[in-house]
Ligand binder design. Structure first.
Ligand SMILES: Nc1ncnc2c1ncn2[C@@H]1O[C@H](COP(=O)(O)OP(=O)(O)O)[C@@H](O)[C@H]1O
Ligand SMILES: [Mg+2]
Length: 259
Protein backbone atom coordinates (compact mmCIF):
# COMPACT_ATOMS: atom_id res chain seq x y z
CA UNK A 1 0.00 0.00 0.00
CA UNK A 2 1.20 3.54 -0.72
CA UNK A 3 1.79 4.96 2.72
CA UNK A 4 5.54 5.34 2.99
CA UNK A 5 6.39 9.03 3.32
CA UNK A 6 9.88 10.52 3.29
CA UNK A 7 10.30 14.02 4.65
CA UNK A 8 12.17 16.00 1.99
CA UNK A 9 13.83 19.40 1.87
CA UNK A 10 17.55 19.62 1.59
CA UNK A 11 18.42 22.55 3.79
CA UNK A 12 19.72 21.46 7.17
CA UNK A 13 17.50 23.07 9.78
CA UNK A 14 14.39 23.05 7.55
CA UNK A 15 12.75 20.95 10.24
CA UNK A 16 12.78 17.50 8.63
CA UNK A 17 13.69 15.66 11.82
CA UNK A 18 11.35 17.78 13.96
CA UNK A 19 8.57 17.04 11.47
CA UNK A 20 9.40 13.33 11.22
CA UNK A 21 9.25 12.91 15.03
CA UNK A 22 6.25 15.13 15.65
CA UNK A 23 4.16 14.07 12.65
CA UNK A 24 4.81 10.39 13.46
CA UNK A 25 3.89 11.05 17.11
CA UNK A 26 0.73 12.96 16.16
CA UNK A 27 -0.40 10.20 13.78
CA UNK A 28 0.19 7.71 16.62
CA UNK A 29 -1.82 9.91 19.02
CA UNK A 30 -4.64 9.68 16.46
CA UNK A 31 -4.25 5.88 16.90
CA UNK A 32 -2.74 5.35 13.44
CA UNK A 33 -0.08 2.68 13.79
CA UNK A 34 3.10 4.38 12.63
CA UNK A 35 6.74 3.40 12.07
CA UNK A 36 9.40 6.12 12.10
CA UNK A 37 12.59 5.19 10.25
CA UNK A 38 15.70 7.21 11.03
CA UNK A 39 17.90 7.27 7.95
CA UNK A 40 20.36 9.91 9.17
CA UNK A 41 23.57 8.96 10.94
CA UNK A 42 23.15 12.02 13.17
CA UNK A 43 20.22 10.15 14.72
CA UNK A 44 18.16 13.29 15.44
CA UNK A 45 14.81 11.53 15.25
CA UNK A 46 16.14 8.57 17.24
CA UNK A 47 17.18 10.93 20.04
CA UNK A 48 14.02 12.99 19.59
CA UNK A 49 11.98 9.90 20.48
CA UNK A 50 14.11 9.30 23.56
CA UNK A 51 15.75 6.17 22.13
CA UNK A 52 19.40 5.66 23.02
CA UNK A 53 22.03 3.04 22.22
CA UNK A 54 21.08 0.88 25.23
CA UNK A 55 17.52 0.46 23.91
CA UNK A 56 18.45 -1.57 20.83
CA UNK A 57 20.84 -4.15 19.38
CA UNK A 58 19.96 -3.64 15.71
CA UNK A 59 19.39 -0.41 13.85
CA UNK A 60 19.00 0.87 10.29
CA UNK A 61 22.70 0.19 9.62
CA UNK A 62 22.21 -3.50 10.59
CA UNK A 63 19.24 -3.66 8.19
CA UNK A 64 20.94 -1.96 5.23
CA UNK A 65 24.07 -4.10 5.64
CA UNK A 66 21.94 -7.26 5.62
CA UNK A 67 22.96 -8.25 9.17
CA UNK A 68 19.44 -7.98 10.58
CA UNK A 69 15.86 -8.22 9.42
CA UNK A 70 13.74 -5.06 9.54
CA UNK A 71 11.52 -6.70 12.18
CA UNK A 72 14.56 -7.18 14.46
CA UNK A 73 15.45 -3.49 14.23
CA UNK A 74 12.01 -2.16 15.22
CA UNK A 75 11.86 -0.71 18.76
CA UNK A 76 8.84 0.50 20.70
CA UNK A 77 8.73 4.16 21.72
CA UNK A 78 7.05 5.67 24.77
CA UNK A 79 4.09 6.62 22.54
CA UNK A 80 1.45 3.95 21.94
CA UNK A 81 1.06 3.10 18.25
CA UNK A 82 4.55 4.48 17.45
CA UNK A 83 7.53 2.21 16.71
CA UNK A 84 10.84 3.24 15.25
CA UNK A 85 13.97 1.97 13.55
CA UNK A 86 16.85 3.92 15.10
CA UNK A 87 20.04 5.19 13.52
CA UNK A 88 23.49 6.07 14.80
CA UNK A 89 26.92 6.99 13.55
CA UNK A 90 27.75 3.38 12.52
CA UNK A 91 25.54 4.12 9.50
CA UNK A 92 28.46 6.13 8.11
CA UNK A 93 30.59 3.10 7.16
CA UNK A 94 27.65 1.04 5.93
CA UNK A 95 26.47 3.88 3.67
CA UNK A 96 29.98 4.50 2.33
CA UNK A 97 30.25 0.85 1.28
CA UNK A 98 26.77 0.63 -0.24
CA UNK A 99 27.15 3.92 -2.11
CA UNK A 100 29.56 2.26 -4.56
CA UNK A 101 26.63 0.67 -6.40
CA UNK A 102 23.56 2.78 -7.30
CA UNK A 103 21.40 -0.38 -7.29
CA UNK A 104 21.82 -0.35 -3.50
CA UNK A 105 19.71 2.82 -3.34
CA UNK A 106 16.71 0.49 -3.65
CA UNK A 107 17.40 -1.84 -0.75
CA UNK A 108 15.50 0.04 1.96
CA UNK A 109 12.44 0.00 -0.30
CA UNK A 110 12.75 -3.77 -0.65
CA UNK A 111 13.39 -4.40 3.06
CA UNK A 112 10.43 -2.27 4.20
CA UNK A 113 8.09 -4.63 2.37
CA UNK A 114 8.50 -6.99 5.36
CA UNK A 115 6.71 -4.55 7.67
CA UNK A 116 4.64 -2.23 5.50
CA UNK A 117 1.38 -4.11 6.03
CA UNK A 118 1.73 -3.72 9.81
CA UNK A 119 1.60 0.07 9.73
CA UNK A 120 -0.81 2.70 8.49
CA UNK A 121 2.08 5.11 8.01
CA UNK A 122 5.83 4.74 7.65
CA UNK A 123 7.68 8.06 8.00
CA UNK A 124 11.33 8.25 6.94
CA UNK A 125 13.71 10.96 8.18
CA UNK A 126 16.56 11.48 5.69
CA UNK A 127 19.84 13.36 6.08
CA UNK A 128 20.01 16.91 4.73
CA UNK A 129 22.74 16.59 2.11
CA UNK A 130 22.26 14.82 -1.22
CA UNK A 131 23.98 11.46 -1.24
CA UNK A 132 23.42 7.74 -0.92
CA UNK A 133 21.31 7.92 2.25
CA UNK A 134 18.99 10.71 1.11
CA UNK A 135 18.42 9.02 -2.26
CA UNK A 136 17.86 5.68 -0.47
CA UNK A 137 15.32 7.33 1.85
CA UNK A 138 13.48 8.90 -1.09
CA UNK A 139 13.60 5.73 -3.20
CA UNK A 140 11.98 3.81 -0.31
CA UNK A 141 9.00 6.14 -0.32
CA UNK A 142 5.87 6.39 -2.39
CA UNK A 143 5.39 9.98 -1.27
CA UNK A 144 7.61 12.92 -0.40
CA UNK A 145 6.46 15.49 2.09
CA UNK A 146 8.44 18.66 1.44
CA UNK A 147 9.39 20.71 4.48
CA UNK A 148 9.97 24.33 3.52
CA UNK A 149 10.73 27.58 5.25
CA UNK A 150 9.91 31.06 4.01
CA UNK A 151 13.33 32.33 5.10
CA UNK A 152 15.81 30.48 2.90
CA UNK A 153 16.39 29.87 -0.79
CA UNK A 154 13.69 27.25 -0.63
CA UNK A 155 12.63 27.44 -4.25
CA UNK A 156 16.14 26.60 -5.52
CA UNK A 157 16.13 23.65 -3.14
CA UNK A 158 12.76 22.66 -4.48
CA UNK A 159 14.08 22.60 -8.06
CA UNK A 160 17.00 20.37 -6.96
CA UNK A 161 14.48 18.12 -5.26
CA UNK A 162 12.40 17.84 -8.43
CA UNK A 163 15.53 16.80 -10.36
CA UNK A 164 16.26 14.13 -7.74
CA UNK A 165 12.68 12.86 -7.98
CA UNK A 166 13.12 12.58 -11.76
CA UNK A 167 16.39 10.64 -11.26
CA UNK A 168 14.69 8.23 -8.82
CA UNK A 169 11.66 7.69 -11.05
CA UNK A 170 13.75 6.92 -14.12
CA UNK A 171 16.73 5.09 -12.56
CA UNK A 172 14.81 2.95 -10.09
CA UNK A 173 11.40 2.86 -11.76
CA UNK A 174 9.71 4.04 -8.57
CA UNK A 175 6.40 5.99 -8.85
CA UNK A 176 7.50 8.63 -6.36
CA UNK A 177 4.96 11.42 -5.87
CA UNK A 178 4.95 14.70 -3.95
CA UNK A 179 2.34 14.67 -1.17
CA UNK A 180 2.60 18.42 -0.60
CA UNK A 181 4.57 21.21 1.01
CA UNK A 182 4.55 21.86 4.75
CA UNK A 183 5.73 25.31 5.77
CA UNK A 184 7.74 25.31 8.98
CA UNK A 185 9.02 28.10 11.25
CA UNK A 186 6.44 30.68 10.16
CA UNK A 187 5.06 33.53 12.22
CA UNK A 188 1.76 33.88 10.36
CA UNK A 189 -0.20 32.55 7.39
CA UNK A 190 0.37 35.90 5.60
CA UNK A 191 4.13 35.17 5.53
CA UNK A 192 3.42 32.04 3.48
CA UNK A 193 0.97 33.81 1.18
CA UNK A 194 3.42 36.63 0.39
CA UNK A 195 6.32 34.15 0.05
CA UNK A 196 4.33 32.14 -2.49
CA UNK A 197 3.28 35.29 -4.37
CA UNK A 198 6.91 36.41 -4.63
CA UNK A 199 8.07 33.12 -6.12
CA UNK A 200 8.12 32.45 -9.79
CA UNK A 201 6.68 28.99 -9.21
CA UNK A 202 2.89 28.95 -8.96
CA UNK A 203 2.67 25.16 -8.40
CA UNK A 204 3.82 25.64 -4.82
CA UNK A 205 0.46 27.28 -4.05
CA UNK A 206 -1.49 24.14 -4.92
CA UNK A 207 0.95 21.97 -3.01
CA UNK A 208 0.96 23.92 0.27
CA UNK A 209 -0.97 22.42 3.18
CA UNK A 210 -3.40 24.65 5.12
CA UNK A 211 -1.62 23.82 8.35
CA UNK A 212 1.78 25.38 8.97
CA UNK A 213 4.18 24.86 11.86
CA UNK A 214 4.91 28.06 13.79
CA UNK A 215 8.30 29.10 15.10
CA UNK A 216 8.02 27.80 18.66
CA UNK A 217 10.76 27.37 21.24
CA UNK A 218 8.82 24.45 22.72
CA UNK A 219 10.24 22.43 19.80
CA UNK A 220 13.80 23.29 20.89
CA UNK A 221 13.04 22.45 24.51
CA UNK A 222 11.42 19.13 23.56
CA UNK A 223 14.51 18.25 21.49
CA UNK A 224 16.71 19.00 24.53
CA UNK A 225 14.44 16.82 26.65
CA UNK A 226 14.50 14.09 23.98
CA UNK A 227 10.73 13.80 23.75
CA UNK A 228 8.19 14.68 21.04
CA UNK A 229 6.70 18.14 21.52
CA UNK A 230 3.21 16.78 22.33
CA UNK A 231 4.64 14.87 25.30
CA UNK A 232 6.41 17.99 26.55
CA UNK A 233 3.52 20.46 26.16
CA UNK A 234 0.36 19.25 24.46
CA UNK A 235 -1.09 22.78 24.44
CA UNK A 236 1.93 24.45 22.82
CA UNK A 237 1.39 26.03 19.36
CA UNK A 238 3.79 23.51 17.75
CA UNK A 239 2.13 20.45 19.33
CA UNK A 240 -1.31 21.69 18.27
CA UNK A 241 -0.06 22.46 14.75
CA UNK A 242 1.48 18.99 14.32
CA UNK A 243 -1.75 17.39 15.54
CA UNK A 244 -3.81 19.43 13.04
CA UNK A 245 -1.29 18.56 10.36
CA UNK A 246 -1.57 14.83 11.13
CA UNK A 247 -5.34 15.16 10.69
CA UNK A 248 -4.86 17.08 7.42
CA UNK A 249 -2.41 14.58 5.98
CA UNK A 250 -4.60 11.64 7.03
CA UNK A 251 -7.48 13.33 5.22
CA UNK A 252 -5.20 13.86 2.18
CA UNK A 253 -4.42 10.14 1.95
CA UNK A 254 -7.96 9.01 2.79
CA UNK A 255 -9.47 11.25 0.14
CA UNK A 256 -7.18 9.66 -2.43
CA UNK A 257 -8.17 6.18 -1.31
CA UNK A 258 -4.54 5.42 -0.48
CA UNK A 259 -5.04 3.96 2.99
N1 LIG B 1 9.06 25.19 14.15
C1 LIG B 1 10.20 25.33 14.81
N2 LIG B 1 10.31 26.24 15.83
C2 LIG B 1 11.46 26.42 16.49
N3 LIG B 1 12.59 25.74 16.23
C3 LIG B 1 12.55 24.84 15.23
C4 LIG B 1 11.38 24.57 14.48
N4 LIG B 1 11.66 23.61 13.56
C5 LIG B 1 12.94 23.28 13.74
N5 LIG B 1 13.49 24.01 14.74
C6 LIG B 1 14.87 23.99 15.24
O1 LIG B 1 15.76 23.83 14.16
C7 LIG B 1 16.68 22.81 14.43
C8 LIG B 1 16.87 21.99 13.17
O2 LIG B 1 15.67 21.29 12.92
P1 LIG B 1 15.72 19.82 12.33
O3 LIG B 1 14.35 19.28 12.41
O4 LIG B 1 16.80 19.03 13.01
O5 LIG B 1 16.11 20.15 10.83
P2 LIG B 1 16.63 19.17 9.68
O6 LIG B 1 16.32 17.77 10.10
O7 LIG B 1 15.88 19.60 8.45
O8 LIG B 1 18.10 19.44 9.56
C9 LIG B 1 16.11 21.99 15.58
O9 LIG B 1 17.09 21.62 16.49
C10 LIG B 1 15.13 22.89 16.23
O10 LIG B 1 15.77 23.46 17.35
MG1 LIG C 1 17.44 16.06 10.32
Amino acid sequence: MNKIITIAGQKGGAGKSATAVNLATSLALLEKKTLLVDCDLQGCSTQGCGINGLDYNCDIASVLSGRAKVTDAVVKTQVNYLDMIPAGFNLFQVAAKLAKNSENEKILRLFLRDVEDEYEYIIIDPPSSYGFLSVTAMTAADWLLVCMSVHHNSIEDFHCLLRTVKYIRTTHNVPLKIAGVLFNRCEAKEDIVSFIENQNFSDIKQMAYDTFIPEDDTIKRSIDLKIPVALHDMKSPAAEAYLSFAEEIHFFFNSRGVL
